[in-house]
Structure formats: structure tokens, C-alpha cells
Design a protein around this ligand. Sequence first.
Ligand SMILES: *[C@@H]1O[C@H](CO)[C@@H](O)[C@H](O)[C@H]1NC(C)=O
Ligand SMILES: *[C@@H]1O[C@H](CO)[C@@H](O)[C@H](O)[C@H]1NC(C)=O
Ligand SMILES: *[C@@H]1O[C@H](CO)[C@@H](O)[C@H](O)[C@H]1NC(C)=O
Ligand SMILES: *[C@@H]1O[C@H](CO)[C@@H](O)[C@H](O)[C@H]1NC(C)=O
Ligand SMILES: *[C@@H]1O[C@H](CO)[C@@H](O)[C@H](O)[C@H]1NC(C)=O
Ligand SMILES: [Zn+2]
Length: 506
Amino acid sequence: MAVQLQRPLVAAACLLLCGVMSGVLGAPDPSYREALMQLESSMQTGGRLVLSPAERRLDQRLQQLKEAEMKKPDFPPALHFFKARSLIRSSPMYSLLQKMPKGGALHIHDFSMVDAEWLAMNVTYRPNCYMCVTGEQSMRFLFSSSSPKPLPLCSPWMQLEHLRAKMVNTTDLDNSIKASLTIFTDQDPEALYPSQDVVWKRFEQAFMSLWGLVTYAPVFRDYYYQGLSQFYKDNVMYLELRALLPQIYELDGSTHDRAWTLKTYQEITRQFVAEHPDFFGARIIFTVHRGVNTTLLTAAIEEAMRLQKDFPEIMAGFDLVGREDAGRSLWYFRDVLSLPAKRGVSLPFFFHAGETDLEGTEVDQNLLDALLFNTSRIGHGFALLRHPVAKNLSRKRGVAVEVCPISNQVLKLVADVRNHPAAVLMSEGHPLVISSDDPAMFGSSGLSDDFYEAFVGLGGKSSHIGTLKQLAVNSIRYSSLSPEQQEKALSLWQRRWDKFVSENSF
Ligand SMILES: *[C@@H]1O[C@H](CO)[C@@H](O)[C@H](O)[C@H]1NC(C)=O
Ligand SMILES: *[C@@H]1O[C@H](CO)[C@@H](O)[C@H](O)[C@H]1NC(C)=O
Ligand SMILES: *[C@@H]1O[C@H](CO)[C@@H](O)[C@H](O)[C@H]1NC(C)=O
Ligand SMILES: *[C@@H]1O[C@H](CO)[C@@H](O)[C@H](O)[C@H]1NC(C)=O
Ligand SMILES: *[C@@H]1O[C@H](CO)[C@@H](O)[C@H](O)[C@H]1NC(C)=O
Ligand SMILES: [Zn+2]
């Protein structure tokens, strides 16, 4: 599996010579065939990396583990992740991927970092936590020093401390709170979420459910710290977080502005790095929901430009979030999105684009438009194969695609991960990184579940240790870090990688 650097040259020479010979002989020439196969494998992600003997030994082990996965009667990447999770988690392949230093997580949303278990069992057990239930059986929460005003379309507020005190057994209540805060379920996911509309609706409800918990100032701080810890434990060393920077509230109902929220991210990141010197840091991509109108977006872009200037260390740029099919297109917002360029102000974009299977609609043009607005990366790019010109531009400009296999499967763009379009991008060595989008919503954790799907499902038999190494390197090379910071991060990563390889190759 280990591919040498000089092989593409041998292959190119053989393409000229052997091809002619095979024409003469009439039957396919085995060395011509071999050269073509080598050419193809050199094109894939990591296909041209020169591997050390220890890396090759580790690769042999990886190939054995992968074959064991492929022999399972239920091949995990072919199953819905909710059904596959226990199979994946119990595999030796997963343990190895978890230990692997994976570099950075470049596509993660602010309020889906920490699992629902922690929110339910830690956060809702704090004092002054109120809960109500909507007609659709979704919960809403609020911390308040006094009894809060009733919420429209919700039951009267109940103080959880009092409610629990009256109960003999709180397990059922705790379980229903957990269920309200994530879309992960032990039930049959295909029956529960039969369509994109249904699953997106539940997804948005779950965010509304956790909103009042995570925007409470003391929880907001702990949540982010806990989120960094979860990624750190999964051997991720850097994060680019898409964050809504909402108003954060205190117990008396007073609120903080966006600058406060961004500054808090910065302080906690610094604290976390000080306590974990092998963690490199985090940067924030300010996001706004794509359902807003032009007035609101203009105000947001103005604010983004100010924040970019005032907090250059933590602020990485700007993006629009929410379901693409239901929101407005980038082209609709073209005048607003041109403001920074018109003013000569730098505001890097990191657009979600092509998270759709609605080919040919206005939303489907988001991919090309993202590139025309000089996006630094493409979030998802699920539709990229249907846009050869956009695909070329992305490759030529080194605009990496942030591939989130579990997210795309759970939100019903693809059922079997082997059929995910990124399998093609990987086979061509297209610039890409692997990320987990909303791990807590999908019941995944850190990056390891998505790395499993990418390595075993997208890569199939062809992926190897070079693929994993390249994906980790990509996550630093395609990050928003400056070239000097990238070198620092890479050398930190390289030390951890060498240790991982030497400890696991035998
Ligand atoms: C919640 O977690 C924090 C740390 O983030 C800890 O200090 C606190 O004791 C926990 N509270 C409960 C109720 O588990
Ligand atoms: C509480 O209820 C759950 C589910 O109904 C049950 O499994 C558990 O054993 C109960 N715990 C106690 C201490 O009774
Ligand atoms: C834009 O949306 C905001 C909030 O929903 C609303 O207050 C405002 O009137 C809207 N502006 C326009 C021009 O529609
Ligand atoms: C994109 O980059 C090109 C080339 O640097 C520049 O001319 C153009 O103004 C940029 N467009 C936007 C919308 O930022
Ligand atoms: C993409 O780029 C390749 C090589 O640069 C070129 O041969 C091909 O025609 C391009 N395709 C499109 C659709 O632009
Ligand atoms: Zn996303």
C-alpha cells in the first residue's frame, strides 16, 4: 500500500511506452496495467506521501483491521450511523483512530459540541432552571432568579429542582430531557425520520430546546470548556468553531453583546491552552442564519468587519448557517456580501455550500457563488461533483471541502457512506478535510466517528496510512491560521504523530 514518490514518474513513462507495446501485442500488457493502477493510487488523498518503515508497519495493521470491518455481516458505513454506532465504537479500528492525532476540526457548530448527557445531567441539575413543554413535545429551558413570564405555545414553567424533589425516580424525566436535546435515538431512525423535512424539523427543534441552557452565561463558559475537552480527549488539537455569537444572559435577565461573547471564547480558549500545552487553540467563524433579511444581514456583516478588526487573534471570518434548501441563496445576498470587498476590508468567508441534492435550483448555485465570493473553504460541498467548473476552481485555488459524512447521512443526503460523493474527491486527491459538523446532535463525538466513516467507508480498500496522515495535515494547511502559525501547529502535530506511529506499529 505504501506509495513511493517516484512511482507517478514510472507510471507516466510506462503510459507512453507500455501503451504502445500493448497496442502492438494486442493483449493488455500486465506492466501497463500495473502502471495505470499505480498512477491511480498516486492520485488519491495521501497517495504521494513517502512513508517511513514504522508507518508502513502501522499501515499493515490498519489494513488488517479494515478487512475485519469489511467481513462483518453488517458493514457499519452501509448502516445508518445511529444503528452503526455501537459496532463502530466497539471496533479496534475505532480505538486506533481515536488515539490518532487528527489535527484540527474545521467544521463544528457552537452548540453541538457537548453531548446531551452532560446538558441533562449537569446543566439541568443546576439551581434556578425552569422548563416548559411545547405542543410538539419539545422542551424549552430558562435560568431565572424569579418565576419567568409564560412562553407562548408552551406549558407553564416548572422549576426543575422542585419537580425532581417531588419525584421518587427521575430517570424517565432525565431521559426525556436528553431526548429533547439531540436527534440521536435508539429507535429505528429510518422510521422516526422518514424524510429530510422531518429530520431537519427535529434538528431545529433540538437546537431551540438547548438554546436557553447554553446561552446562560455560567453554562456558556462551562459548555465551551467542556466542548474543548471532548475534542482534546479525541486527540484533536485545534478547532474552528462556527458560532452564532448570540446574546448571553445572566440570572437577572440582563444580557451581553456579541463582543462579550467573542471575548469570552478568547479567554476560555487561552485558559484551555494554558492548561493543555499540546492543544493549539481555536478560532471563531461568526455565523448568521440564512433565513434573515437583507437589513439584518447588512448589520451582521458590518459587525463582523468590526469584530474581525478588534479580535484578529480569535476571529477567523464569516458564514451563513441553517438548511440551505429552505434559506436564501448567496446570490440573493450578493450586494451585502460584497460590502467588505467594496470597502477594501478583509473578512474571510467560509461558506456552507452544496449541502443539497436539489440539482439546478438557485440554492444549488451556492457552490459556484461561494467560490466567486472567494470563500476560504466550502462547508460540505456535497453537490460538487455535479458542478465540474466549480470543482475545478476549488481544486486550482486550494479551496478545501469540509466533508462531514455522518451529518450528510443523518440529514438524509446519502444512505450508504460508500456512495458519498467525497469518495470520488478522495480518489482524485481533491483538497478536503474531515469534520463532524454537529457531533452532539448526531450522537457522535470529536472526529473519530467521522474518520472511521471516511477511512473505512469513503476510502474502502484504497485508503491507507498516507490517507489519514494527509487528512490530518490538510486540517492544518487549510485552516485559517497564518503560515507561521501553521508551521508551529504542524511541528506540534508531527511530534504527536511520530509518537502515535511508534507506539502503535508492531
Ligand atoms: C457540572 O460540571 C462542572 C464542571 O464543568 C462541575 O464543576 C460541577 O460540579 C458539575 N455539576 C453537576 C451538578 O454535576
Ligand atoms: C428508575 O426508573 C428507571 C426507568 O423507569 C428504572 O430502570 C430504574 O431502575 C429506576 N431506579 C430506581 C432506583 O428505582
Ligand atoms: C427584517 O427582519 C427584522 C426581524 O425579523 C424585522 O424587524 C425587519 O422589519 C425586517 N426588515 C425588512 C426590511 O423586512
Ligand atoms: C475575489 O478575489 C478577487 C481576486 O483577488 C478580487 O478581484 C475580487 O474583488 C474578490 N471578490 C470578492 C467578492 O471578495
Ligand atoms: C478542469 O481542469 C482540467 C485541468 O486543469 C481541464 O482539463 C478541464 O477541461 C477542466 N474542466 C472544466 C469543466 O472546467
Ligand atoms: Zn455545518
